[in-house]
Design a protein around this ligand. Structure first.
Ligand SMILES: [Fe+2]
Length: 206
């Protein structure tokens, strides 16, 4: 496998397909729509849309290890690091920690003690850039079958995690700031970009 900058869509889809064989589930469709949303936003924001696509496609690849909760972040990090995909490995952790607050996942913490320490130190040391922020946002736009609005995804998450604490709520609310950040960078709203009639997830071409 080549380095992150040279990862093609075909290679990324191969990795996702292989992972699906280990642990099939709605996370695969979610990943595909995160990738499409990231590609479209990146294209209009003047970012690298191919990189955005593959970062989105592989952000949850840690789920290949099985049905785990927040542990999928470090599982993905380890797997992608083993392939030399350092940028993708980084996103596997940073996409979960918009506000760098470990407490937001108290209700779904299945890390070992050493894993928790590693992730806490890792996110503390990273300076987030717009690729981290892009996947943090798009993680909230991708449903298994389509691209949705941030508020719809928040409702979806709350319905599955009724015991989410205040730190988790803060993280979700911050998604609106990320949305505004990219809308300003694109000069258009997400609602315009992902108009319902276009929501067969057909982003701008490369
Ligand atoms: Fe995700």
């Amino acid at each position: 496998m080549q380095g992150a900058e040279n990862l093609s869509k075909e290679q990324a889809h191969y990795l996702l397909h292989e992972a699906e064989g280990h642990n099939p589930g709605p996370w695969v469709g979610h990943s595909q729509h995160v990738a499409l949303a990231a590609q479209a936003i990146a294209f209009h924001a003047g970012m690298d849309s191919l990189l955005a696509y593959t970062l989105g496609l592989l952000h949850d690849i840690g789920r290949r290890n099985g049905v785990y909760k927040i542990r999928h972040s470090i599982d993905g990090y380890r797997y992608l690091e083993s392939l030399g995909l350092h940028h993708h490995a980084r996103i596997s952790i940073t996409h979960c920690y918009t506000l760098k607050n470990m407490a937001q996942y108290n209700h779904m913490d299945d890390f070992s003690r050493s894993e928790r320490s590693f992730v806490a130190k890792y996110i503390r040391e990273q300076e987030y850039d717009d690729y981290d922020r892009l996947i943090q946002l798009c993680d909230f736009l991708g449903l298994p079958d389509r691209i949705c609005r941030v508020e719809e995804r928040i409702a979806d998450i709350l319905s599955r995690n009724p015991d989410a604490g205040p730190a988790h709520m803060e993280n979700m609310k911050y998604k609106y700031r990320l949305q505004r950040h990219f809308e300003l960078r694109m000069g258009m709203s997400l609602q315009t970009l992902f108009a319902p009639e276009d929501n067969a997830a057909q982003p701008a071409s490369q």
